[in-house]
Design a protein around this ligand. Sequence first.
Ligand SMILES: [Fe+2]
Ligand SMILES: [Fe+2]
Length: 175
Amino acid sequence: MSGPALKQLHAHRAIHDAAHGEAEELTGVFRRFVEEGRWQQARETAALVVEHWHTRTLRHAAEEESGFYREVAQQDPDRAGDIGALTRDHDLMRQLVAEAEARLADVMPLASPRGESSEPVEAFREIALRFEMLLWLVERHSREEEKRLLESPRETQRSRAVPQGEERSGAHGLG
Ligand SMILES: [Fe+2]
Ligand SMILES: [Fe+2]
């Protein structure tokens, strides 16, 4: 569904920017709850932030790896290094989301109707740190991805000028 959009710079950038803006906003709400010591709201918002990363950015990353990146790599084997670096970014994003999720699971059982037995400040700081790192990493990843795979004149020229059949026979001829 979003496959063709991923190949167009403006559409792809719009996907990045919309998801990042929402994540930034939700993270801001979460941070505020932590600062105010409103732990239950902080938990609920952190769960929303994690869900957001899963359903938007990590899903986008999985789509890229199974479609867009593969196509780019097939069309231009010289891009293997770029694809490797960008996929590594995706792996780091997955790791950060998993770590935030694990910390969040740790603080969940502390919820009690009579309030906190101990303040989960440290755990929430750890979660907030992952969220901040995600925002930073995803922002840089998106710009790199746009630059390396979508803004390059070489790639645009090749994908427009070289019919797929010719591209393929050329690559086979060399190999
Ligand atoms: Fe990506
Ligand atoms: Fe992307």
